[in-house]
Ligand binder design. Structure first.
Ligand code: ATP
Ligand code: MG
Length: 424
């Protein structure tokens, strides 16, 4: 017998038991973003490979070894997006959204990276991302962080730690880079293979190493601090002051560098200790150089992205029932005539009871089997129509949760009776 085809490793189905939590998350986040005046943008999942090479950078993990890249039938090299910023910038440039205006945008959807699958790390994963354009100052950096803090409150997630750092300007970073390379070079024998490789190409990224054996060496490394100019310091101070005044606690982490090449100045991450090694649930920062790097006029930009799988995992620990919906009414329908009348009645009920879940039994079966389904639906009430009710123009109302007596109600009156019962 042929083997059943399975999903691709690291790519998961979100099953109906899990979707309520996802929808809860997505709705709450969308609600917060709307409250700050952010507007949704939707980009294609496929882009020209060149876009990611030019934006994320050739010497990053993502471009070096994680992208799903293939030639399409025309021989064009395409890539499944590993993140959303590049496509969002491309779309904004291409559609003239960056000319003499500011933009506050968000998007959501699947991202693809060929990483080693483990808890909190998948090959298809989902992000909600936010990008802003045209605002050079620290005001919008602070706003973005306030948004994320509000999102956690709205979701009921506590215990996340905000880590904050600045990567300085391009010049400041270049000066720091030299000092860092000197330090790492002096300890070359203690570098792991990955870090040796990065020493020439992307040394800042070494600070981001997840290898515990490198920890001590990296803890002793020089920090950016000595290389920061006045402008950068003012920018950082403003963000820190605003967060403090708004009651958002943070930790300055001079080793926070972010994996991607295009960041400058403010970078931040929200970290949880609930998820083991994959603890970063949200990461962002300023990337003033990216638009120009992609061929546009310089446009300041700052954004963040959160990993939905990791947030769902946190929510599962805190409040697994969040967002779960149960039926309100289940129609038990016995016999052909009853089925038709039941489907029609269910339509009336949905008209009259907006926001309520009304499930009409389909698929036939006897009384016992149908009541079992009714019970499993979580509904508070069953409405039963059989031959007698068809004939009498009535419907039997039975509580599935409380010890109430079953009553027979005229079909015309059932809407009012249900409205009254469901209201308590
Ligand atoms: P990490 O250091 O965990 O690899 P990253 O720096 O590669 O993260 P970003 O590119 O900044 O991550 O993506 C933003 C967020 O998206 C991360 O903080 C994380 O929550 C989530 N994320 C990134 N890669 C994955 C993945 N492979 N599976 C699940 N979530 C992911
Ligand atoms: Mg990564």
């Amino acid at each position: 017998m042929a083997k059943n085809i399975q999903a691709i490793r690291g790519m998961h189905d979100v099953l109906p038991d899990q979707t309520p939590l996802w929808q809860f998350l997505e709705r709450r986040v969308a609600g917060v973003l709307a409250a700050y005046g952010y507007r949704e943008i939707r980009m294609p999942i496929l882009e020209q490979t060149e876009l990611f090479k030019r934006s994320i950078g050739e010497v990053t993990d993502i471009v070096e070894k994680e992208m799903y890249t293939f030639d399409d039938r025309n021989g064009d090299s395409l890539t499944l997006r590993p993140e959303g910023t590049a496509g969002c910038v491309r779309a904004a440039m291409e559609n003239g959204l960056l000319h003499n205006q500011t933009q506050r945008l968000w998007y959501q959807g699947p991202m693809f990276r060929h990483e080693r699958p483990q808890k909190g790390r998948y090959r298809q994963f989902h992000q909600i991302g936010v990008e802003t354009f045209g605002m050079p100052g620290p005001d919008v950096d602070a706003e973005l962080i306030l948004i994320t803090a509000r999102i956690w409150r709205e979701l009921g997630i506590d215990g996340l730690e905000l880590q904050l750092n600045t990567l300085g300007s391009a010049d400041e970073r270049a000066a720091y880079r030299t000092e860092l390379v000197d330090y790492l070079q002096a300890h070359h024998e203690r570098l792991d293979a990955d870090s040796r490789r990065r020493l020439g190409s992307n040394p800042l990224r070494i600070l981001d190493s997840k290898n515990p054996a490198m920890r001590e060496l990296l803890d002793g490394a020089p920090t950016m601090h000595a290389h920061l100019g006045d402008e950068t310091r003012r920018h950082l101070d403003f963000v820190c002051d605003t967060l403090t005044r708004a009651g958002v606690a943070f930790v300055l982490n001079p080793r926070l560098v972010r994996g991607l090449d295009y960041y400058s100045r403010t970078v931040f991450e929200w970290v949880t200790d609930r998820l083991g090694a994959q603890g970063t649930v949200c990461a962002g920062g300023r990337y003033d150089g990216l638009v120009e790097q992609l061929g546009g006029k310089p446009v300041p930009a700052v954004g963040f992205a959160m990993g939905l799988e990791r947030l769902v995992a946190v929510l599962e620990e805190i409040d697994p029932g969040a967002g779960a919906a149960v039926a309100d009414v289940y129609l038990v329908l016995l016999g052909d005539a009853a089925v038709t009348e039941g489907l029609v009645l269910a339509e009336r009920l949905r008209d009259a009871l907006p926001g309520r879940e009304v499930v009409a039994h389909c698929g036939g079966g006897g009384m016992k089997a149908q009541f079992k389904r009714a019970d499993r639906s979580g509904a508070r009430y069953a409405l039963v129509i059989g031959d007698a009710e068809v004939e009498g123009g009535t419907v039997a109302l039975k509580s599935l949760r409380a010890d109430e007596e079953q009553i027979l109600v005229a079909r015309d009156a059932i809407v009012d009776v249900l409205l009254a019962r469901l209201a308590v």
